[in-house]
Design a protein around this ligand. Structure first.
Ligand code: GLA
Length: 735
């Protein structure tokens, strides 16, 4: 049993393979968080509860002991108006204007399998997998508000999911001002916060900060999970490293605004929270209505960040991303964006496709610029019909020609947007988000459609299905290229504007659900000016996301390093682009660009017609190698070897689950004169097995303790890759 309940003592213990999560009902019915961390035998931990001196703090009326203050006690779902003055999970404004909801334990329920959420993406259990659900119901007997706390325990994957649902069972309406998916309290500990900040073309930059006596708050108010921050973050003991020490990883299955906090209180209790962005959020519940939060996911590791990442990679690949492509092979593609931008014709694309066939590519993606008058980024978004003049033929015929070359075909779309200069905007200006009586804020000269409106979703569904049904489209790149700012929807009356941001995401999820289930054989790729919507919500519907508009291999080392903490390699779009790079003018070798792009869903994004025959021959080798290794890259355990933020190189390794093969890549970001020998230590191999590396046999323990001796690396950002394979002579003594 992964969930153990002691009803008499009011203890709930959730066990995974290596962790324990424990809660306990306090003497007045509050639900306390007692422990999360290294697996222990569950026992009554009430001795941990604060019983020291507590003057000048609020405590419950029924108590005659000041140390019962909720401000000093670890809460499972802290709420406003109860004396806990730290960041709360739930803030409710009652009809009389008060902010109070005092939740006490009511009942609980155990279920086998995993709970699911209504209208929101969430993790699922596979058949025969050991997953259990605990539902705890808390209740405020004055306002009759009920809160259900859901826990999904994925025992073998070492993760726990959480979500909550708030129901108004009272007679008056209430407004939820804040409803977080997760709060986690720690009785002790000095933690560091590791979060991933960034910007357009430099997403997911690793940053580690000490959490001391203040509140760190970060999140997104871009309407998307954003390139500035990501909902995935870690807290770790001060001394935790990649391979040792305690740490906790958290993420949210959500694609819109989010808020995360990490704080340490005056009595050294630490608290983290994660959930919906709360800066302008509100949600009105009339009698009988309920509101469900998105799902949060937690994982604990006593062996550093590496294990956290591997846990997340596995659970995302196996229990979240539903596409049939998630765990199968993906096409190697050529995308024409950096090759042509808007300046292409059907003929030019066919030339590129012809060259693509010479380097082993499987699929051509026609990027932005194929529809209506879209000759630049100032117009035509919303007018989703093919510009046959530009293409020189109907889409169907064009796709036939691509297919005749032996390539599949993919199409770029940006459905959530509308240009002012478009037929759609002229017909439906009221469909664009815009503050009343004001001119809209512009972003890339485009506006955002109000995805909370069912008629917009219907329109987009009809438009997109009519395009997708027109030709043999096997791949779709779904883009989203501006932050959402003008949050006003005419439909949301009676104080409901605060619901818009979440309703937008619900509308988007509805559309994605309908399209991905109608086209299960289409491989959908997500994009938002690169990686501005790289999150678990999107990975539920789509197996891969374009990581960054930055295609410079050396900048990509840091971006992909940061990305790897939470997101599987199989989800990261990575392409070989031209040198000098369009992103920053840097010159790199084709080899380094290819090896860097091979840690992801590999493709090309340059004008292949301009490649020399020698370059094409070299590229063909990289494509072939990628195809040979793709299964290993997608399904293996990922190890970060050298951190590009601290060293003048970057290195990573992927090891198959059965440890029979591995791929190790190294890129130098600086070269010096007269370098010492460099030994690159491998990880994750079978210690006592013999492995073959470039014809030479080594024991796994030798490769892991001493390492592979790198050749002298010279020139421009040199790189090497080693394929490591268990030798057939496995186990034979060498000496
Ligand atoms: C965004 C994407 C690019 C490309 C352009 C097209 O910037 O990230 O890959 O599709 O839009 O306008």
């Amino acid at each position: 049993m992964a969930i153990i309940v002691n009803e008499e003592k009011g203890i709930f213990a959730l066990e995974t393979q290596n962790s324990l999560y424990q809660m306990q009902i306090g003497k007045f019915g509050h639900l306390f968080h007692m422990y999360y961390g290294e697996k222990m035998v569950p026992q009554d931990l009430s001795y941990l509860l604060f019983d020291g001196q507590a003057n000048f703090t609020p405590y419950p009326y029924e108590s005659n002991n000041r140390s019962d203050s909720l401000d000093f006690l670890p809460q499972e779902y802290p709420t406003s108006g109860t004396g806990d003055l730290r960041s709360v999970a739930l803030d409710i404004e009652n009809e009389d204007g008060t902010h109070v909801v005092d939740l006490r334990f009511k009942t609980f329920e155990l279920m086998s399998g995993k709970y699911r959420l209504e209208s929101l993406p969430s993790f699922f259990a596979k058949a025969d997998e050991k997953v259990e659900t605990l539902k705890i119901i808390l209740f405020d007997k004055i306002s009759n508000i009920e809160v259900e706390l859901y826990y999904g325990v994925f025992e073998d994957r070492d993760v726990i999911t959480r979500a909550s649902r708030i129901t108004n069972l009272g007679t008056a309406s209430i407004t939820i001002r804040k409803a977080q998916s997760l709060t986690l309290d720690f009785h002790t500990g000095q933690f560091d916060l590791i979060h991933f900040h960034g910007k357009w073309t430099m997403e997911r930059q690793f940053e580690r900060l000490p959490i001391r006596h203040s509140t760190h708050s970060f999140g997104s108010n871009h309407g998307v999970s954003s390139n500035r921050q990501n909902p995935g973050f870690i807290i770790a003991d001060k001394n935790t490293t990649e391979t040792s020490g305690a740490c906790y990883g958290f993420n949210l299955v959500y694609s819109g605004n989010f808020t995360a906090t990490a704080e340490q209180s005056s009595l050294e209790l630490s608290r983290i929270t994660l959930g919906l962005g709360d800066s302008t959020f509100s949600w009105r519940l009339v009698t009988g209505e309920a509101f469900g939060t998105p799902e949060a996911i937690l994982s604990y590791s006593s062996q550093g960040f590496e294990r956290i990442s591997q846990n997340f990679h596995d659970v995302i690949r196996q229990n979240l991303s539903r596409s049939k492509f998630t765990n199968t092979s993906r096409p190697v593609l050529i995308n024409n964006w950096e090759a042509t931008y808007f300046d292409f014709t059907g003929e030019k694309l066919l030339d590129i496709a012809q060259s693509a066939t010479e380097i082993g590519v499987d699929l051509l993606v026609m990027d932005d610029g194929w529809f209506a008058n879209r000759f630049d980024d100032n117009r035509s978004l919303g007018d989703w019909y093919v510009n046959e003049e530009k293409l020189g033929m109907p889409l169907k015929d064009f796709v036939h020609k691509i297919n005749d070359l032996g390539l599949k075909f993919g199409l770029w779309i940006e459905p959530e947007m509308v240009s002012e200069e478009s037929e759609l905007y002229r017909a439906h200006p009221e469909w664009a988000l815009n503050f009343p009586h004001r001119k809209p804020l512009m972003g890339r000269n485009q506006l955002v459609l109000d995805m909370s409106k069912p008629e917009v979703i219907e329109y987009l569904f009809d438009c997109l299905t009519s395009i997708f049904d027109q030709a043999n489209i096997e791949y779709v790149k779904w883009d989203m290229n501006r932050p959402i700012t003008d949050w006003f929807s005419k439909d949301l009356v009676n104080g409901r504007q605060g619901e818009l941001q979440h309703r937008y995401i619900l509308g988007l999820y509805d559309l994605l659900e309908r399209l991905t289930s109608r086209y299960p054989n289409v491989c959908f790729e997500r994009c938002a000016s690169g990686g501005a919507r790289f999150d678990l919500g999107m990975l539920y519907y789509q197996p891969q996301i374009w990581t960054s508009d930055n295609t410079d291999a050396i900048n990509r080392l840091k971006i992909q390093y940061g990305m790897s903490f939470f997101y599987p390699i199989s989800s990261m779009g990575a392409h070989v682009a031209v040198s000098p790079s369009h992103s920053n003018g840097r010159i790199t070798t084709l080899k380094t660009r290819a090896l860097t792009a091979a840690v992801g869903t590999f493709g090309y994004e340059l004008d292949l017609t301009k490649m020399t025959n020698d370059e094409k021959a070299e590229a063909l080798d990289y494509t072939k190698a990628y195809k040979a290794y793709q299964k290993l890259i997608f399904s293996g355990d990922y190890y970060r070897l050298e951190n590009p933020f601290d060293t003048e190189c970057s290195s990573w390794q992927i090891v198959s689950k059965d440890k029979s093969e591995s791929l190790l890549t190294f890129v130098a970001t600086n070269v010096t004169g007269y370098p010492p020998a460099f030994y690159l230590k491998a990880k994750g191999l079978d210690k006592s097995a013999l492995y073959l590396v470039e014809g030479q046999e080594y024991y796994g323990s030798v490769l892991m303790n001493i390492g592979i001796k790198l050749p002298k690396l010279t020139g421009v950002y040199p790189s090497v890759q080693y394929y490591i394979k268990k030798s057939k002579r496995a186990g034979k003594k060498q000496l």
